[in-house]
Design a binder for this molecule. Structure first.
Ligand SMILES: *Cc1c(COP(=O)(O)O)cnc(C)c1O
Length: 436
């Protein structure tokens, strides 16, 4: 690889370093950017080979005709396959996700999800997935994959027994895709339990138990809690997926996605599909995202603190029937999942207004600081009404089953002063008309 994995002298201490240190000290060699302290943007579609032999070698490796040798430096070829800014941001993503050995960057979260699924699925396989799941993910599984003869079983978020049954009964189970916590009701699904059920199944069934990624894989859409608060691979999951548009990007100004895994053979498959589909993130966006990674843990910590203070202050408000937030979980099962799998409660709060849709609209209309927009994870606070926006394609039955009420408003806490945000929300609640 042209970007050395280890930085130049002086060597760093041997002791494993923390993610917030690694993200600033690994994965970028200033000598390859004419000494600049920050990476250059390599805005080139193609790369000049050091020799015809090096070109031949690069193509042999790309075509799977050989293995990269220890210490071997391979020429870059063409930016649809790989480019320096993708390598730099990928090398910075790996330490942020404990247990990951490699990352692949994509031009959207959907590209990361779809490419990872298509890297392993074939006709006749089945996908088990949690619901509610991100709308486009659901459409992809239900409409697109089904059209290619790939089956699916939906399991309600947080229903561990149903998840176990689905895993055991699925025909040719290949992927368990978990999105946790569920959007917008913050219901949590137990990642470790699903991992253990899959492992038990793989151990029992020789056809599934062969080496590598022939066994069913557990993939987790970690967009809502990661990389700061939830570590799917430390819980045994095979793949962690992100919409980098959200917390990783952090400023609501780029679209991107990431897939991470500890399994290098699986990563090779994902990358080869990415080369085929052409959905790698462009150099400029990789550079932007890379600058954001050094602050993602700081931002998310602040966002979680803000969200927790807002959630706990609004709980019991006379115009709110329920606040959805991990520190307010009443269900013992949910509380224990949150405790076991999340370091902090996270930056998303949902509130259910007693006055239903008119009350929710009044609330949104009167917010002065928080902005009425979909998406989440940015430094600015955003609020939306899922039932008429992000979840508007759902049937009434699906909405009821998932608990997405008429009065539900999802809030993504930013990094503003939490008291200012709380006052803003309280004054907006004051202006919600009585008697809806
Ligand atoms: C936003 C989002 C996606 C899709 O990501 P894009 O970057 O918009 O493609 C997938 N999953 C979750 C949980 C999301 O919030």
């Amino acid at each position: 690889m042209p970007i050395p994995k280890s930085p130049p002298s002086p060597p760093l201490p041997r002791k494993p370093l923390s993610p917030e240190t690694d993200v600033l000290t690994k994965g970028f060699d200033p000598r390859l950017s004419v000494g600049s302290a920050r990476p250059a943007v390599f805005r080139s579609s193609t790369y000049v080979f050091s020799s015809p032999e090096a070109a031949e070698r690069a193509f042999d490796l790309m075509g799977g005709r050989g293995q990269v040798q220890e210490g071997e430096s391979v020429d870059l070829v063409y930016s649809r396959f790989n480019h320096p800014n993708a390598e730099i941001v990928e090398d910075h993503l790996v330490p942020l996700e404990p247990g990951a050995a490699a990352a692949a960057i994509f031009n959207s979260g959907m590209a990361a999800i779809i490419t990872s699924l298509l890297a392993v699925l074939k006709p006749g396989d089945t996908v088990v997935y949690t619901t509610p799941i991100y709308g486009a993910t659901q459409t992809f599984i239900n409409d697109f994959l089904e059209g290619f003869g790939i089956g699916h079983i939906a399991v309600s978020a947080g229903q561990g027994d149903d998840m176990d049954t689905a895993i055991r009964e699925a025909v040719n189970l290949r992927v368990v895709l978990i999105e946790t916590p569920a959007n917008p009701t913050i219901v949590m699904t137990d990642i470790r339990r699903a991992v253990e059920t899959v492992a038990a199944l793989a151990a029992k069934s020789p056809s599934n138990g062969r080496a590598g990624f022939d066994r069913p894989l557990v993939m987790v859409d970690n967009t809502f809690m990661g990389p700061a608060f939830q570590h799917p691979m430390a819980l045994g999951a095979d793949v962690s997926l992100y919409s980098a548009t959200k917390y990783l990007g952090g400023y609501s100004d780029i679209i991107g996605g990431v897939a991470l895994t500890r399994d290098l053979a699986l990563m090779k498959k994902i990358r080869s599909k990415r080369s085929l589909f052409g959905n790698i993130l462009q150099p400029d966006e990789c550079w932007i995202l890379d600058t954001r990674l050094s602050t993602v843990l700081l931002r998310m910590n602040r966002q979680s603190k803000n969200a927790q203070r807002i959630a706990e202050s609004l709980a019991g408000h006379s115009k709110i029937s329920k606040v959805y937030y991990p520190t307010l979980f009443e269900d013992a099962g949910q509380r224990s999942i949150a405790q076991a799998q999340c370091d902090y409660p996270g930056g998303i709060v949902s509130i259910d207004l007693k006055g239903g849709k008119p009350a929710a609209f009044d609330f949104l209309r009167h917010l002065r600081l928080a902005r009425n927009a979909v998406s989440l994870g940015g430094v600015e606070t955003l609020a939306c009404h899922p039932r008429t926006t992000t979840h508007s394609a759902w049937t009434a039955r699906e909405l009821e089953a998932a608990g997405v009420g008429e009065g539900l408003v999802r809030i993504s806490a930013g990094i503003e002063n939490w008291r200012d945000l709380l006052h803003d929300m309280e004054q907006a609640l004051d202006q919600v008309a009585e008697g809806y």
